[in-house]
Design a protein around this ligand. Structure first.
Ligand SMILES: Cc1cc2nc3c(=O)[nH]c(=O)nc-3n(C[C@H](O)[C@H](O)[C@H](O)COP(=O)(O)O)c2cc1C
Length: 341
């Protein structure tokens, strides 16, 4: 157990060597393997909800997380959509931020150096409006000091194919993943799937064929909100992405399906807000989980989850949290079939 005095003061970037990969000396082993990556615990802060990591230093110690994913990075800086670009919904939120970000060059020159030796896995989230842009951003990040992996956001509209998201077409998924794989051979490649597709496992298999090491899912579900008084959409962009507890059962099902069908390590997410949620995703097949919307309503929530998972494992007699992955007990003799009503 680390002593409090060993820690850097709040608000500063700790200058200690990353302890990722080393299990704690006593108690529950929280470390997990995510394909080629080893994380010190299974909690990773999700893209778009955790800034560039340093934004959360007033609230938590980055060393306590398994890792975090940066805001999506594009080739050039982007201002994103006009406000209103978020709104609260029952048990969730809609966002249409429009992928506002500082751009890959400013990330490399300003954001990443500030995170040197931050003691947790830094995963860069990448997107583009064309395949060439994905490739250019990935090539620029390949070999950047301190980066643990890339996460490809396939929910971005493909401007060359009429604006449909890259992730909805399995042949496009295979092609863009293969191109990025070639452009960034030195970094583990996590491919983030869109849930706005009939069968997410088909896109997952295409990503595996393209060379993905890990699949992360889910991104947000397309949705909208209407203001009855004004008879206008609440979001200026009209359509947004739904996240938070409202999507948890949908996300859990998709993780279960991809884990059983695709054969790659899974990094699941969607509405996780307590240790039990995270552990359910692990039973369904997640090797680790991401936590998104929770960071907005409880900025210390991700670290709380790490502590709660450790306490749960201790009380359940689980010595290594990674042993839980995929241990869902399914009804005997009955193949799981999609069914409703
Ligand atoms: C405000 C906001 C911004 C987001 N930006 C990104 C992004 O830039 N790239 C990405 O891959 N996912 C982005 N996401 C999706 C989240 O990373 C996550 O997949 C989704 O919110 C589901 O998890 P949650 O229910 O725990 O929030 C964003 C989500 C929110 C709420």
């Amino acid at each position: 157990m680390r002593r409090r005095a060993d820690r850097a003061p709040r608000g500063t970037v700790p200058r200690v060597r990353a302890a990722a990969g080393r299990p704690r000396k006593r108690g529950v082993d929280l470390s997990v393997d995510l394909g080629p990556l080893r994380l010190k615990n299974p909690i990773v802060a999700a893209s778009g909800t955790f800034g560039y990591g340093t934004d959360f230093l007033p609230y938590l110690d980055l060393r306590d997380l398994g890792g975090f994913v940066t805001k999506g990075l594009s080739l050039l800086p982007r201002r994103g959509n006009a406000p209103p670009r978020t709104c609260e919904t029952p048990s969730g939120m809609l966002n249409a931020i429009g992928l506002a970000n500082v751009g890959v060059e400013a990330f490399l020159s300003e954001k990443l150096p500030a995170l040197r030796d931050c003691g947790t896995a830094i995963i860069a989230n990448v997107f583009g409006e064309t395949q060439e842009e994905y490739v250019a951003v990935a090539r620029r990040l390949n070999g950047a000091p301190g980066l643990a992996a890339l996460e490809l956001n396939l929910s971005c509209p493909n401007t060359e194919k009429g604006g449909l998201a890259f992730g909805v077409s399995p042949p496009v998924v295979r092609q863009v993943v293969a191109a990025v794989r070639r452009a960034a051979p030195d970094l583990p490649l996590i491919v983030k799937l869109t849930p706005n597709i009939t069968d997410v496992a088909v896109a997952g298999s295409a990503a595996r064929e393209g060379g993905a090491d890990v699949l992360s899912l889910v991104n947000t579900f397309l949705g909208m909100a209407i203001d009855l008084e004004t008879r206008r959409p609440v979001l200026d962009n009209v359509v947004g992405g739904l996240s938070g507890p409202a999507i948890k059962p949908l996300a859990l099902y998709m993780v279960h399906r991809v884990y059983r069908e695709v054969g790659l390590p899974v990094l699941g997410m969607g509405g996780i807000s307590c240790a039990e949620d995270a552990l359910e995703f692990m039973l369904a097949g997640s090797a680790a989980v991401q936590v998104g919307t929770l960071n907005f309503f409880d900025p210390t929530g991700s670290v709380r989850l790490v502590r709660e998972i450790e306490a749960w494992c201790r009380s359940a007699g689980v010595r290594a949290v990674r042993d839980l992955t995929g241990t869902l007990r399914l009804p005997a003799g009955r193949p799981p079939a999609p069914c409703s009503g």
